[in-house]
Design a protein around this ligand. Sequence first.
Ligand code: EPZ
Length: 436
Amino acid sequence: MTGSYLNGEKRPQNALEVTGGRRLSGEVRISGAKNAALPILCATILAPGSYRIENCPRLTDVFTLIELLERLGAQASWDLSSVPLLDPPPPLFMDTSGLASFEAPFELVRKMRASFLVLGPLVARFGRARVPLPGGCEIGARPVDFHLQGLKALGAQWEIDSGFVDVRATGLKGARILLDFPSVTGTENILMAAVLAKGTSVIENAAMEPEVVDLGEMLIKMGARIKGLGTPSIVIEGVDELRPVSWKIIPDRIEAGTFMVAVGITGGELGLLGAEAGHLDAVISKLSSAGLKIVTGSGRIDVERSGPIESVDVTTSPYPGFPTDLQAQMVALMAYAKGLSVIKEQVFENRFRHVDELRRLGADIRVEQRSAIIRGRSRLKGAPLTATDLRASASLVLAGLGAEGVTRVLDIHHLDRGYEALDEKLRQVGARIERV
Ligand code: EPZ
């Protein structure tokens, strides 16, 4: 079934139709973390052999990366046909024994900038890599200078050659690397190169995100020697070789936070099964101030909202601060709050694309430099909206859950990049939401 669109053009199902006003109630299973799965899949390049990856989320971005690894010569097997999307995924088997190429194809890297995470592992394994420079994206320029400075410090030479970064290294040597900014994938690329470098490396001002820690702990299980994961200073003793392992991916804290905001908007209560509260301190603190009742148990988080939504101010920052990946969702919540709130985005320079769309619902928001100033309204009215990037599309769907009438969110392929069955999960707990 394909949706018919504004100009009658036939397109595949790429829109969600949300009818607002329904409280949520029930339980949802939180999927594996996208931003842990992506670097972890790249880490399979570091040691030839067969890996078993549990709790890998079934996302477009993951499928793109698996395709990229297969193009490099890896063999993946993941039998998804026999498991319903709402059930936990079957294990993904990845064999990188047959890896033969070190050139990442342009058409795959352009689809997903996180493919740039193959760079460090390829250089570590082959001493060579050719990876297209990831272009900018909807949320900012997103250069990769920290990644390249780090590899250079480890002894690699790189040059830009017709849109590709061409890297060569005759053996990587340990080094001290100070990051200007605690870049998440910058830290991950450098970490994956340093584990096979000769000697000791230190990454100062390293990212502390749980996804970086999950990658690092898998590398340790593979035989790497790493200390300081989750702190600003990571020390790596290079080893000669690593071995393939089985690994279970941590739950997705951004998906969990997205569902917490959903309950904030609709009212009701949700049990988030598998969520890790320890990864969500800043989010739990802010949402509690906004009027949500949050109870954290072992392996689950229970969220409820029955009273008014209070306005709160938020400033995003690297972990353990409030995550930029939940900023757009927070703006949607504050659009319904009592009073004025200011949400400051300090990580990316252009991450307010959702604001213009939310204003189409009647939200009272204005952007000044890097802050959204929101005057909450008790009622918003459904309207057709266009998703621009992954987290913006989530915030539009959430806003639609609270708006009167129907909100149609177009270009919903952005959502499928980073959320496993978000519409099915929401429908399961009472939302009226259809893929059209
Ligand atoms: C990771 O992106 C995540 N992606 C992003 O999630 C997340 O928003 C971001 O970290 C911040 O938490 C993955 O992990 C795959 P950064 P990354 O390097 O590593 C600047 C999502 O929605 N910068 O920490 O690309 C950069 O421009 C995605 O799941 C440089 O200047 O983010 C940005 O302003 C979106 N030079 C800031 O640092 C560099 O070499 C943070 O970037 C690298 C980054």
